[in-house]
Each structure stands twice: as C-alpha cells, then as structure tokens.
Design a protein around this ligand. Structure first.
Ligand code: G3H
Length: 496
C-alpha cells in the first residue's frame, strides 16, 4: 500500500512529505495540494505545498552537495545507481499502485513503467562509467602554422544543479530518465514532479534515499506550479533544465537563464500508410500506437494518413480491433481508462464535436462517462477540422484519406510539431525516402512511434522540443567539455 512498509516515513498524517536535505519534510505553508483520482474524480492523495523558501533551500543544498559528488569516483556513483535500481524494482508493487490511483494507468502498464525505470537507471550507470571514462587527446600540429608544442586533453565535467520536470503520463520513468543521467555525470538533482503522479515519484525518490546517496544531492519538491514553477525554472543556481510536458516548455525556454535545456513537448505523430503495406500489421500498430494508455503518450499515433485505395479495408481492420478494446477502471487492467482530468476530457470532446460538425465519419458512437472516453476512430477527417492538427491526448484517432504519398508528407510537415512519425510499406527504398522527407525527430518504418528502447536517441523538431534524449545523449547533454592544454617548450629548446 502507498506510504506503508519501507515507505512509511514519506507520509505525515495524510499528507505526503517532500524530500530535501536527505530527509522527508512537512511544509511550513501548512497547505497541501490535492491529487484527484481520474477514475473516482475524488481526492485520493495529498502532497505538501512547498513554499519558495523551501524550494530555495533544496536548490542551495543541491548546489553544496554537488561539489563533493563531482569528486566521487564514477564507479562509486554507478554502484549507488545500481542499488537504487534494485530497490525500485523490488518495490514495484506499491509504486505501480500509486500510478493506478493517480494517473489511471492500467495495472500491468504501471508495473512495466517501474521495471523499465529500474532497467533505465542500471543501463545509465553502465553507460556512464564507459562514456564518461573517455576523453580526447589532441596535438597542435594538425592545424596549419602550428608545431607539435601543445597537447590538449578533454574530459566531460558536470553542469551543476539539474532541474527535472517530468510529465503526468510517466511520472516515474520520465523522472529517472533525467535523474540517472544527471547523477552519473556528477550533477545534483532537484525534481519537481507533476501534481498527478507526485506520490509515485516520491516513492521512487525514497528508493534513491534508501540506496544511500549523499544528503542534499537529490530533492523532490511538490507544490502548485503557480507558486513555485517560475521560481524553480528561473532560479540562478539551476544549471540545466530537463522538461517533458506540454507547451509550458516553450514558456520555460523563454524565461530561463543561459543554461542547457532539454525539452520534449508533445507531438502530432503521423502514420503514413502506402498501398503495398501489410494492412494487418498497420491495424495492429495503429490500435496499439493510438490507444495504449488511452492515447496519452507524446508518441501515440495521432493522425493516420492512408492511401485512398486501401482506406476502406484498413479502417475495417482497425474497427474490428477497436471493438475488442476493454474500457473501464485501471484496477481491472482495462485497455482504455479514464483520461487524466475533467478538463482534458472536455478538450478531447471539443475536438470530437468540431469534427462531427464539419462532417467526419464516426466509426463508433461517441461515448463518455466522467473522465472515461470510449475509443473512437474518426474517418474522412479533413484539414479544416481541429483534430487534423491538434493533439487530443485521448483515445480518439483521426484518419485522413490521401491521394498520394506527397500529400501525406505535406500534411505531416505542415504541423507545428515534429516528434515522431511512421511509415508502412514493403518497399524499403520508398520508406527511407519518405523518412528523409518527414520533418520529425524519428521515423519508424513498419511500426508505431515509440521512445524506447531507452538508449535510442529521442528528440523532437519544431515545437516538439530541443535537445536529444535517450541515455547516452542525456548524459552528454548534462555535461560540458573541460580542456587542459599542456604547452611544451618550442622545438628550438629541444634536442635535435
Ligand atoms: O509521452 C511521452 C513519452 O516520452 C512516450 O514514451 O513512447 O515509451 O510511450 P513511450
């Protein structure tokens, strides 16, 4: 159960504490932030509403702790990360239970998220000792006009304090994808979890606490974005921000100081289906890609661009699979569970109604109960409908029938997003040419978009973000290059 067993110290009364300076604390604000269960729509958990002063203390402790941590041998950093990963995996059940209650993630997927997170932390530890254990050696006489009088040594050093802001849909996994690279690189970390998902994140942080990381190196502050959001992102002692979420990221990048930013801000991932595609494979991928976790993934298939000649057959195959999706509470491990908030459900409904008014074909009847929206495929969507461009983050998927591949590519590239896309065809040459033409960070050939495996590079173009993620890229991004140049005596002083 949440907040019990080894997690008992993270809760005080009925409010979960925040973590700073190596301990679990109650906020002096005397206030809490309620966490609404998307299924019951009632308060399920409460977390501390930290004050700016408490956030400031956490950042300042992180700054102090980082100096010593940077001097801790790489293999020791890796050892602690492996320990945290093992504790996390061992205690997957209570953490997964939080994900079920806070974000309505289907029970099995919730366990998968925690296990994947442990694996990510371990992989990061292994990758870090190798990647950061290497530097460069340069000699000066390869540049015109120079003698061999300078030896240049480069290595990678930490940035300082990394601020991690993960989203509600992966509050554990997308938190550790920032925490682990930061720590292995010698940085300290301040985590601001999403409100929904905060309790799962606090449990995860406790696993790091139990692993024995130094005091102050990791903190997790909870509270209202309106109270502590700007304070965190504009804090002069923050040296790097890694953010995943919506367009708040654009505002952060405008306000933040001159520090490295890693931003992943959503997508309108297009799926282009050619005439020669294996339509059973396409249907399976569209249903999995479009509807898993009720479409609340930045990498979900968000628009299917299908060649007219195969559209009828494909739509039928998709509908047959949609009919088999189970709809209901996350505790029952249903495929489709309530979306995160009532306002999200209202937004999704707005997109659906706009499409209806403008003449889209509803392949299923539109149905909603509270935050639960039944899966819906919208056929014959046209570019004048909002759903052709906007990201529903829900279980509704538009199909646009196209006359040519060029039309599909044009639609994909006209989007302000550019995260991932996919193309289905048996012709590998065509697939590669289409991938080259699509303005997205990644193109999957014959599979739905996905971030993982977690060591693959992951990045968005345009409004989908800046910087590249994936374990190695994140480690690289959270370090800077340090150079030492050894100046030798000029040749005239040397023998011969
Ligand atoms: O929601 C954004 C995530 O980065 C998507 O990750 O492809 O593993 O579901 P995923």
């Amino acid at each position: 159960m949440a907040g019990s067993g080894i997690f008992a110290e993270i809760i005080g009364g009925d409010v979960f504490n925040y973590y700073s300076d190596g301990q679990w604390n109650k906020s002096s604000s005397g206030k809490f932030v309620p966490i609404i269960n998307p299924t019951s729509r009632k308060i399920h958990f409460k977390v501390q509403a930290c004050t700016q002063e408490e956030v400031n203390k956490a950042i300042e402790s992180a700054k102090v702790a980082q100096k010593l941590w940077a001097k801790t041998p790489l293999w020791k950093r890796a050892e602690l990360l492996h320990k945290a990963a093992a504790i996390l995996k061992e205690h997957k059940a209570p953490i997964a239970e939080c994900l079920v209650k806070e974000i309505a993630k289907p029970a099995k997927d919730a366990v998968t998220e925690v296990v994947r997170s442990g694996d990510l932390v371990s992989y990061c530890a292994e990758e870090g000792v190798r990647f950061l254990g290497e530097g460069k050696f340069l000699v000066s006489d390869s540049f015109p006009g120079n003698e061999r009088t300078k030896y240049c040594l480069t290595s990678k050093i930490p940035l300082g304090v990394v601020l991690a802001i993960p989203p509600f849909n992966y509050p554990v996994n997308l938190a550790v994808s920032k925490i682990a690279p930061a720590l292995i690189s010698g940085n300290s970390i301040v985590l601001k979890p999403p409100t929904q998902g905060a309790v799962a994140a606090l449990h995860m942080v406790h696993c790091f606490h139990l692993a024995g990381f130094p005091k102050g190196l990791i903190s997790c502050v909870t509270g209202k974005g309106s109270e502590i959001g700007d304070f965190l992102t504009m804090h002069p002692s923050v040296n790097c921000i890694s953010f995943t979420g919506g367009d708040t990221g654009i505002a952060i990048s405008k306000k933040s100081a001159m520090i490295p930013l890693q931003m992943e801000l959503g997508g309108k991932d297009a799926c282009i289906v050619l005439e020669d595609a294996d339509l059973d494979l396409v249907a399976a991928n569209i249903v999995k890609g479009g509807f898993s976790y009720s479409g609340q993934r930045c990498t979900a298939v968000k628009v299917a661009l299908v060649m007219k000649s195969v559209a009828d057959t494909l739509v039928k195959k998709i509908n047959d699979k949609v009919a088999k999706l189970t709809v209901g509470p996350p505790e029952d491990d249903c495929d489709i569970t309530p979306v995160i908030t009532e306002s999200s459900a209202n937004f999704i409904e707005g997109l659906v109604m706009d499409a209806k008014k403008k003449g889209a074909t509803f392949c299923q009847e539109y149905r909603r109960e509270g935050n639960l929206i039944w899966p819906l495929l919208l056929d014959n969507v046209r570019p004048d409908m909002r759903i052709a461009w906007e990201e529903p983050f829900g279980p509704v998927l538009p199909v646009i029938r196209i006359n040519s591949v060029e039309e599909g590519i044009l639609h994909c590239n006209a989007s302000n997003f550019g995260l991932q896309g996919c193309v289905f065809t048996k012709d590998i040459n065509k697939a590669i040419l289409i991938s080259n033409a699509m303005e997205t960070g990644t193109v999957q050939i014959n599979s739905a978009p996905a971030r993982g495996p977690d060591h693959f590079p992951f990045q968005g173009l345009k409004d989908s973000g800046i910087g590249s993620q994936g374990i190695t890229n994140s480690i690289n991004m959270m370090t800077k290059v340090k150079t030492t140049v050894i100046n030798l005596p000029t040749p005239s002083y040397t023998m011969g």
